[in-house]
Design a protein around this ligand. Structure first.
Ligand code: MG
Length: 212
């Protein structure tokens, strides 16, 4: 298992479409940024990369690179998920908190949850979306996002075998090993050698006592 954490903030700007968590929200201001300014998907991308200790969003998609100007931030999440899969992990669950004065996130939370679930290939019940207002922070013209994610290793053949070995108690392993050693040391004689031994009159085995 790997845990990852991401954080991001963007400033509101008039006349820019607002996108949070991969969905469009009707509001007079949007979030300024080199890409679409989706503060939640940026924090999510960093959380995924952080769980893999694989750098951050800026190292893969530098703002200096013109190709990411106005980019849909879902691309960043999808790229991070590609890395997650290549390293043999899948997402167990994700939790997030948005901090912004407006707009209210409640009415849009289910749509955001659904879109993030789709991007991470998980059930919506594995995606937490919470929002708070920035009381006393003086950040009313900004949106802040915190995200934590838990990755789990996908079970392969090898890891399943290891998992079984780990849960079998040592005395059971010892007993099986002992029986194996015994069976190798004293093989059941095949019929042919037994006949020839009988024919020669020799017997290496004591005759069982007759019971009446
Ligand atoms: Mg950002």
């Amino acid at each position: 298992m790997r845990v990852g954490y991401g954080w991001d903030s963007h400033e509101f700007k008039r006349g820019v479409p607002l996108r949070i968590g991969g969905v469009g929200i009707a509001h007079p201001k949007g979030l300024a940024g080199h890409s679409d300014g989706d503060v939640l998907l940026h924090a999510l991308t960093d959380a995924l990369l952080g769980a893999l200790a694989a750098g951050d969003i800026g190292s893969y998609f530098p703002p200096s690179d013109a190709q990411w100007k106005g980019a849909n931030s879902a691309l960043f999440v999808q790229a991070a998920m590609g890395q997650v899969r290549r390293e043999g992990y899948s997402v167990a669950n994700v939790d997030s908190t948005l901090i912004l004065a407006a707009p209210k996130i409640g009415p849009h939370a289910a749509r955001i949850q659904g879109r993030i679930a789709q991007l991470l290939d998980v059930d919506p019940t594995a995606v937490g979306v919470k929002a708070k207002t920035p009381e006393g922070l003086g950040t009313d013209n900004a949106a802040i996002a915190h995200v934590v994610v838990l990755l789990v290793k996908k079970a392969g053949k090898r890891s399943r075998k290891i998992a079984v070995a780990e849960v079998v108690p040592q005395p059971v392993i010892d007993s099986v090993a002992e029986k194996l050693v015994e069976s190798v040391a004293e093989p059941t004689p095949s019929r042919k050698p037994a006949k020839s031994l009988a024919a020669s009159g020799a017997s290496t085995r004591p005759k069982p006592a007759r019971r009446r």
